[in-house]
Ligand binder design. Structure first.
Ligand code: NI
Length: 220
């Protein structure tokens, strides 16, 4: 590249840089402000700079019943977003969650409500979820939740879970779903308590859940 070429790319490069900085200021800063300290009656309600995770949802469970986030008040929830056609990631994650709960004393394990919220409501009907959650390797009380595409979108947005439909070049399936694979631990009031990244070992999850119960006693 000759020196005389420099201004040609330098100007667009600088323009892009300025636009980038402007975008950061316009997009990131208001978000930080939104999740900043909120005061109510003089006491600080939320002081962390982290984005709030969780919120209201209205969905249909694998028995065909309408449930909301409030249906589970009094019980800590273990929430996983996935789908039944998932060939490996979802079943592995749900199996690990089942194994973690198996490591707790039975009455402690029963205090948690594991939930699979589908990101593929088109195929994951209540009946499809019922068949899926009954697998022996999953937690006994695993509940599948589905809904309209809009209800699923709202739930995923509340938990900041990314998902997207991806066309599959396969004779077995028309499409698959790309999605975040994490387990959320929500306390008995539906508030965010912890997050288990994909690949967390069952023993590590079990130890955290045990500690959670010691710090947050739950009625059986
Ligand atoms: Ni999956």
């Amino acid at each position: 590249m000759s020196l005389s070429n420099r201004p040609v790319w330098l100007i667009p490069a600088l323009t892009a840089l300025v636009a980038g900085v402007a975008a950061v200021v316009l997009i990131i800063l208001p978000q930080l402000r939104d999740s900043g300290p909120v005061t109510s009656g003089g006491s600080s309600v939320r002081t962390s700079g982290e984005a709030q995770i969780g919120g209201a949802f209205t969905l249909t469970n694998h028995l065909g019943e309408t449930v909301t986030d409030e249906s589970f008040r009094g019980r800590p929830m273990l929430i996983y977003f996935g789908f039944t056609y998932c060939p490996d990631v979802c079943p592995a994650s749900l199996q690990i969650l089942g194994a973690a709960l198996d490591q707790l004393p039975e009455d402690d394990a029963a205090k948690f409500q594991p939930l699979l919220i589908t990101v593929d409501p088109e195929r994951d009907t209540p009946q499809a979820l019922a068949d899926y959650v009954s697998a022996d390797v999953f937690a006994d009380n695993l509940m599948g939740l589905t809904g309209t595409p809009e209800q699923i979108r709202e739930a995923a947005e509340a938990y900041r879970v990314y998902y997207a439909r991806v066309d599959a070049n396969s004779e077995f399936t028309e499409y698959t779903m790309d999605h975040l694979s994490v387990v959320f631990l929500m306390d008995a009031n539906g508030e965010f308590a912890d997050i288990f990244p994909h690949g967390t070992a069952p023993a590590a999850i079990a130890a955290r859940l045990q500690r959670f119960l010691e710090e947050n006693p739950v009625q059986s």
